[in-house]
Design a protein around this ligand. Sequence first.
Ligand code: ATP
Ligand code: MG
Length: 569
Amino acid sequence: MNTMPTDGLNETTASPDNSPSNFIRDIIIQDIQNGKNGGRVHTRFPPEPNGYLHIGHAKSICLNFGLAKEFGGKCNLRFDDTNPSKEETEYVDSIINDVRWLGFDWEDRLFYASDYFEQLFQWAVQLIKQGQAYVCDLTADQVRETRGTTTEPGTESPYRNRSVEENLDLFLRMRAGEFPDGSRTLRSKIDMASPNFNMRDPVMYRILRAEHHRTGNDWLIYPMYDYTHGECDSIEGITHSICTLEFEDHRPLYDWYVENLGIHRPQQIEFDRLNLTNTMLSKRKLLLLVQKGYVSGWDDPRMPTLSGIRRRGYTPEAIRNFCGSIGVSKTNGTIEFQLLEHHIREDLNRRAARVMAVIDPIKVVIDNYPEGQVELLEAANHPDNPEMGTRQIEFSKVIYIERDDFREVPPPKYYRLFPGQEVRLRYAYFIKCVSVEKDENGEITVVHCTYDPASRGGNSPDGRKVKSTIHWVSAEHAITFEARLYESLLLEDAPQSDDIATQLNPNSLIVKANAKIEPSVKGAAPNTHYQFERVGYFNVDLDSTSDKLVCNRTVQLKDTWAKIDKKSK
Ligand code: ATP
Ligand code: MG
């Protein structure tokens, strides 16, 4: 069913980024029609603060906040902070920042599972009193060993039939710190023969002396995720608890807790995790990259974290459009990284000002251009957005062009500069190569050309055609800058093992320290986006200072040559 309005009359019910309908949306529409939850829609995004968010999380964020927005509902931001040994305030702060940056607002509904620790404890007491939870003295290993197999039922714990009084006494003493870490657990009494492992008397609480980033040393026992999650959803009045497919087998347990506690029952709905080709999407593995120093930090522009891709120049709009375009389904698949890049390009194409920069410069001397003369030539800041204005670019006798735009001996179908060949300098003149200078190693150091003064602005004086247009900067006026060119961090698909070192792409970062750019970019703020004509989309990196400009290649261009040539003819 697609309920997207087609007549444009009912814009408010369209998805924020015009994403197509999906099965979760359809469930929500049904629920609203049936008056379930009084027609309310309330979702949440529940990250564990054990690392920085990645592009996979963006899918979940867009879905949860997007659906709430679309149906006039609410979406909470809730930290699932039940694992104190791995969680830190730094991660909490980064997650808050990232969700906001993506463009979503939880208003005053920022919550933590740890806000509910006391309530969760009281509910555990209730389950004990109902004869549905017991203190078990088996070690973690023993619990695992007695879980059974897919064909064999598990073995009941010898402590399973303790009296309610004894269980209550032991559980209170667990909380009071009378027992060492790992010596006892609180388990739900469900069914050791259940075909679903999650229902075989799952652990609810463990004894753990670890400082919690919010509750400090208040607690010596911590609830397990499965016991915590549904109750938190319930407390917050969540209607649709949207999570990834790996939780499908946990749903019966989710339901078991809220039903047996007799509290509001949200509906858990699972969707497919985002996987991207050649990209590692696991906080645990990304943490390894950071810890082992393979990247400069969580915000290294090669990282698939939101902070990494933000620093690299990806925009929230592009990420939201990407997330809208991939949809949601019930089967896991892998999306081509190129689709994400397509959305980045599309957005930057619209917004990024055009400038000329030369990444790998070679000097060109225009022999017949007057020594010492400087001309100002007009260039458009954006080919399709005249409101972005124009700027003046200095032109002079000595310029830089891209080393790759010149060949002494051109290969077949090479239409750029070579001896005897005429090309157009973007916005400037036709030039023709007349000779080259070489150093003692035979490397070309200077290309000599002549220009046609009648071709000012790059216009053909007599209708004669040139086969290509190349970019350039005036040597005297250009700013030297550092261009950081990125490729995939990984050589192949996401590594299956933790031996990440062997799978890293040695060319994932190439630094061009002697790149040249027109002076109009001077003083640009970090994260200003540009299209370097014919080269790619770049942004100003955080490492830039007033003395040194550093730019990240956000994404490469495609088909740019053909386009520029057509446009400027
Ligand atoms: P990771 O393995 O990277 O740590 P996680 O699922 O353990 O992922 P959480 O912090 O628990 O990370 O995730 C918060 C929410 O984001 C969950 O609802 C989870 O299902 C969702 N999520 C995490 N990774 C993805 C992904 N790749 N695609 C879609 N949703 C995701
Ligand atoms: Mg997790």
